[in-house]
Every structure is written in C-alpha cells, then in structure tokens.
Ligand binder design. Structure first.
Ligand code: GLC
Length: 451
C-alpha cells in the first residue's frame, strides 16, 4: 500500500500528537496507562523520532534517562520519575528497593536491571540530523562519558569470561519480554509457591489478558527480580550464585556492537581516541559470528550459559546482526532468503502487506496477538529494515519501510500489531510507534527510494 502525500502528512501530524500526549516536559512515557514511567530503550527509539524535528527534546529524552545512571555505569530499564499513584505499575520502586545497592543513584527510583544498549546509536543519529551542530557537539561531550561508562559496565560486569559477548539475566532485559526465546529456560525453573514473593499484576488492567504474558511466565519474572534484589543487585553474586537465567542474547549483543561502532564515530567528533571502541565492536562482531550463528537454520540464535548450549528459536531477533553489518555476504543471503519466505514474508516484490512478525509464522507456538509470540513490532522492523539496506538488500528494505509506514494507517499507533490483519494490539498511543514513523517519514533518503 502506497500512501498519498496527504495521508502521510496526516500521519505525521498524528504521530507528533502522540508524542506530545506522552511527553512530560522532561521525558516521554511509552504509553500513558500501561507504561507510565521512563523506559531505557524506548527513550532511545523515541529520541530517533525527535531527532528529526526537535533537537532539544531528543537530547532531553536521553539526558533524563542518564541522570538516573548507577555509579557502576548501568542504565536502569525503568526510571520512576514522579510515580503517578493514579497509574499503578508493577513492579514499582517499592518492589525493586534499589537502595540495597551501594551503586544505586541516591534519591532516585529505578529498576535494577537493564535494556538493550541502543543509546549511543540514538545520540549519533541526533548529531546527524542536527540543525545546530555546535550545540550538538556540546551535548555529545556531555553524554559521551556516560555512554562510555554504560558500555564499560556491560563488558566488565556482564562478560565475566571475557568472550566479548555480554549476558542478560532477565527476559525484560532483552526488550522482548514474552518471546518464545525464553520458554525453555523459564520452563526449566521449577519453583515452589513460597519462592515467589506475593505480587499483583497491573499489566492486564489496560490491555486484554490474551495479549499479555501468562501468570506462569510472570511468576518467573518476579522470582528473578527478587533473586537480584536479595543479592543487592551485585552482578558478581548474581552470576556465581546460581542465577537460572543467563543468556548471551543476539539482539542485545548486536545493538552493543553497533553502539560501539557509533561510539567510535562520536569519539572522533569530540577529539577522543576511537580505537578502543572500534576494537571492541570488531571483537563482539567476531564473537557473534563464532558463537551465535546456527548453520542448520541459517540464522543467529541465543546462547544459554546455564545449559551451555544454544537455544534455536526462530524469532525475528535472529536476523538483527544485519543491523550492525555483522554477517558476511553468504550468511546475509541466507538470512534474507529466510526473511523473504512465508515465515516472515519480507520478499521485495510480493504484495505482502505487513512488516515481519516477531516469531516465525509457521513455527509451533506462533500466536498472532500474544505479546512477542507473533505480533509485529515497529522497532524490530525498523532495525531489520536498516540492516537490509546496510547489507545490500535495498529493494527488500524499501518494501519493508513502506510496510512500516502503512501500518499505523491501518492499525493505529499501537504497541504491536496482528501480522495477519494489521490490527493494532496492546497499549494505545504508543510512543516508539509514533517516533519511528516520524523517523521514517522525515527520512529524505527513504522518501525518494520508493519513487
Ligand atoms: C514492554 C516491551 C519492552 C518495552 C516496554 C515499554 O515491556 O517488551 O520492550 O521497553 O514494554 O514500552
């Protein structure tokens, strides 16, 4: 579906209205009812939208997130600025109790875990879009040490065996909370009722339970968060004390690899040595190639450090290394052949209507409306689209960009979408859906690619 310029202008206006609705003056909530605080990788994607039309807001979005950075460099996955009692959220500050950690920022409320490190990539994007270059350089100089500390935390604390691959220790850290990627691990966790702290879900108030995780999964999310809390968020203890969830995740490591490449570019801008960043990006790319490629499936898969084995699950995240330019030409062709098959439907010349599902549509357990088990996510497709373009598949990328742009016109600015019908699901007025649409619509290069 190609949209008329008038429809595109209307969409742009609506997208900006969504961001205005969710903007608090200091940061942007992902969605007012469902996610009434600041989320780490959401803010980076949101900044990618603001970068196209409001440099000050783009900078402020990241500045407010990094203001809650921990002393050890970790950037928390949620920052609770002024917790709004009318918008209850679980788990909130009272559950996390981050004050148990000597590294937690004094007087701030945050969670104790992290999300994918796409922030340096967002900062470089802000620089590239900036109308006011001098001002942007000041911003880069301000945020660069914080970004460096964030990456340092990941390599130092999350890669204890020095493999150049960092681990995540909770499904929420992946950003793909309820994906089948975690099923084998969560199912293996047999828990006694007394091991699960009492809690009450808030996520099914605003969104239908059929579109949310099951209680079985939620119990395990809560158990893991409690496991970290009991160890005062000390990474070394969490790692050595038998944490049941330790995963070298494809998407997380890919975004770190790209972020390191982008740190090198930022370092050059402010006259700092780029070489350490370039070297670490190359080392992580090589480690992804060596450890996470699944030759039989023709895609990348996660490595489960507890089981000492890969978890071959056909999720869209398995194609993410295209984004960081990691695969060689042979592997890239295999990835693209799989993406173009009916499993993901990204063939360039077919009238496939919608962006790619988050999980292979022909695989067992595919569920078009349940959170991360099939639905289309805009930010995942945005990453894959850039990966396709970067690795030489311009036609595929242009087709996917057009499908992403068309989706909110069909399903609204929702959190995720049914890959069979385009219908919107999950939270309404969702910030990154709006921000990435703006990012694409105001991308001059793309605007002409389709002509
Ligand atoms: C959900 C998503 C996660 C996102 C958060 C806030 O938890 O799985 O990726 O960051 O919502 O939008």
């Amino acid at each position: 579906m190609t949209l008329t310029p008038e429809t595109q202008a209307t969409l742009l206006q609506q997208a900006r209205a969504v961001l205005d609705l969710n903007w608090t003056g200091g940061f942007t909530k992902p969605a007012l009812r469902q996610y009434p605080h600041q989320w780490s990788w959401d803010s980076a994607f949101i900044a990618l939208g603001y970068a196209r039309y409001d440099q000050a807001r783009a900078e402020q979005e990241l500045r407010s997130l990094f203001a809650a950075q921990w002393a050890d460099g970790r950037v928390p996955h949620i920052v609770f600025h002024d917790a709004d009692p009318a918008a209850p959220y679980f788990p909130g500050p009272g559950f996390w109790q981050i004050e148990r950690s000597p590294d937690a920022p004094a007087g701030r409320h945050t969670s104790g875990i992290v999300q994918p490190p796409i922030h340096a990539t967002a900062v470089l994007h802000i620089v590239r879009c900036a109308p006011d270059r001098q001002r942007t350089l000041d911003f880069v100089a301000e945020i660069f040490p914080r970004l460096a500390a964030w990456h340092h935390f990941l390599y130092l604390r999350r890669d204890p065996r020095r493999e150049n691959l960092v681990y995540i220790c909770h499904p929420w850290e992946s950003g793909q909370d309820n994906s089948p990627l975690w099923d084998a691990i969560l199912t293996r966790m047999t828990l006694q009722p007394q091991q699960i702290p009492p809690y009450r879900r808030a996520d099914t108030r605003a969104v239908h339970p059929d579109e949310r995780p099951l209680d079985f999964d939620y119990d395990r999310y809560v158990y893991l968060a409690d496991f970290f809390r009991q160890r005062d968020y000390d990474q070394a203890r969490i790692f050595t004390d038998g944490c049941p969830f330790l995963v070298q995740d494809v998407l997380f490591n890919t975004l770190l690899c790209q972020a390191e490449q982008d740190m090198a570019a930022l370092a050059r801008l402010i006259g700092t040595d780029p070489d350490p960043f370039t070297a670490r990006a190359a080392a992580t790319a090589a480690a992804i190639e060596a450890k996470l490629w699944d030759e039989a499936r023709g895609m990348y898969v996660n490595f489960d450090l507890v089981a000492g084995a890969t978890t071959p699950v056909p999720a869209l995240a398995g194609f993410a290394p295209l984004f960081a330019g990691i695969p060689d030409a042979i592997r890239a062709r295999r990835l693209v052949a799989y993406l173009a098959s009916p499993s993901f439907g990204l063939a360039p010349h077919e009238p496939a209507l919608y962006p790619a599902a988050s999980y292979d549509r022909l695989a067992p357990g595919y569920s078009p409306r349940r959170y991360w088990r099939g639905p289309v996510w805009i930010q995942m497709n945005w990453l894959i689209m850039h990966g396709l373009a970067r690795c030489g598949f311009g036609d595929h990328a242009a087709r996917l960009a057009a499908a992403i742009i068309a989706l909110p016109a069909i399903g609204g600015f929702r959190e995720y979408f049914d890959p069979e019908t385009g219908a919107g699901c999950g939270a309404e007025d969702f910030s990154w859906t709006a921000a990435l649409l703006i990012n694409l619509l105001l991308d001059d290069a793309l605007a002409h690619a389709d002509e």
